[in-house]
Design a protein around this ligand. Structure first.
Ligand SMILES: CC(C)(COP(=O)(O)OP(=O)(O)OC[C@H]1O[C@@H](n2cnc3c(N)ncnc32)[C@H](O)[C@@H]1O)[C@@H](O)C(=O)NCCC(=O)NCCS
Ligand SMILES: Nc1ncnc2c1ncn2[C@@H]1O[C@H](COP(=O)(O)OP(=O)(O)OP(=O)(O)O)[C@@H](O)[C@H]1O
Length: 282
């Protein structure tokens, strides 16, 4: 999907917002349609999740399209963080209604949603800045000073382990997307030029090896995070998807995560965000 940059009119703005929203949902579905991702839900199995499967995640992604479009329009209209937050909260509510209360995409709504708003803002103004820089410069301070639910898993991980989680990632302009995932996508294409699923697996493993994922901290504590990072690092050190038997090795790691109830949901979200940014910043 190609998206041209300048938005000239209200009709043009809505057309582009529609494309941005569709692309965001498509990237969520591409992430789901990737196997084997350690501990995560895919079209093959439910990983370490008893309450969701690929069909539920795709239904959730479809529900979110309209909200991603609305965030792109809001960004194009110069919205501040309180308007974006209201749309994000409405999206979370719609997700919970569509999934009978399952948290399928809370982290993804937040990260991809901010990137959609940045895409709208950048297109409306014809800017050349990266989407991450737009998020950080326009909304970074408000992201950090905004309301936090003290009982959320992220807040608990921040208090116990000093992990910044989804908020710090966004406020810093998504360093895990720009410095880790995008270089990994590019490097993986030289190893597996005809296999986009393998490219996504290599990128997912690179994210798991490097990100302080609050989902892993919540489910496994620092030991769980260390185990996940070491497993992904060993996969990469053995040649990643360039190694002949890589699929069997990745399936073993997936099963080891499931046995420990570990799921790197933050890395899954960041993979979807990287696919989105890559298509908009090509
Ligand atoms: C910040 C949010 C995600 C709160 O969640 P929480 O306190 O649990 O934060 P936490 O850091 O644990 O992240 C939650 C999710 O983010 C993902 N995640 C985990 N670790 C990371 C990481 N290091 N980097 C990026 N994402 C991560 C995971 O999917 C996780 O489940 C969000 O729900 C929120 O504040 N929503 C309000 C609406 C809003 O402001 N929206 C903005 C516009 S869309
Ligand atoms: N394919 C995927 N499989 C699992 N999680 C994913 C996937 N893609 C994205 N995620 C992210 O993982 C998060 C859900 O993770 P999880 O279910 O571990 O969190 P929780 O509901 O906060 O905690 P728990 O289920 O441990 O009580 C979602 O916010 C979502 O954005």
């Amino acid at each position: 999907m190609t998206i041209s940059l300048r938005w000239q009119s209200r009709a043009g703005r809505e057309l582009h917002a529609e494309q941005i929203g569709d692309l965001a949902s498509l990237c969520l579905k591409l992430e789901v349609a990737t196997h084997p991702k350690p501990g995560l839900v895919s079209q093959i199995d439910n990983g370490a999740h008893s309450d969701m499967d690929a069909e539920l995640l795709c239904r959730s992604a479809d529900t979110l399209t309209a909200f991603f479009r609305e965030l792109a329009v809001a960004g194009a209209e110069g919205a501040g963080m309180s308007r974006l937050r209201a749309i994000g909260v409405a999206a979370e509510r719609a997700m919970l209604a569509a999934t009978a209360g399952v948290n399928t995409h809370r982290g993804a709504i937040f990260g991809l949603g901010l990137l959609c708003a940045a895409a709208g803002f950048r297109s409306a103004l014809g800017l050349r800045k990266s989407l991450g820089d737009v998020v950080s410069q326009r909304w970074g301070d408000d992201i950090l000073s905004g309301p936090i639910s003290l009982r959320s898993h992220g807040a608990v991980a921040a208090r116990r382990y000093g992990a910044g989680g989804a908020r710090a990632e966004a406020a810093d302009g998504f360093p895990s997307v720009y410095d880790i995932a995008l270089p990994a996508l590019r490097a993986a294409r030289t190893r597996a030029p005809d296999d986009e699923e393998a490219v996504r697996i290599q990128t997912c493993m690179t994210l798991i090896a490097n990100v302080a994922d609050t989902n892993l901290l919540h489910r496994g504590g620092p030991e769980g995070l260390r185990f996940a990072q070491a497993s992904a690092s060993a996969f990469l050190a053995a040649g990643g998807v360039g190694f002949a038997e890589w699929r069997a090795r990745a399936v073993d790691i997936h099963h080891a995560f499931v046995a420990r109830n570990l799921s790197p949901g933050g890395s899954a979200d960041l993979l979807a965000m990287a696919l989105f940014v890559e298509r908009l910043e090509r």
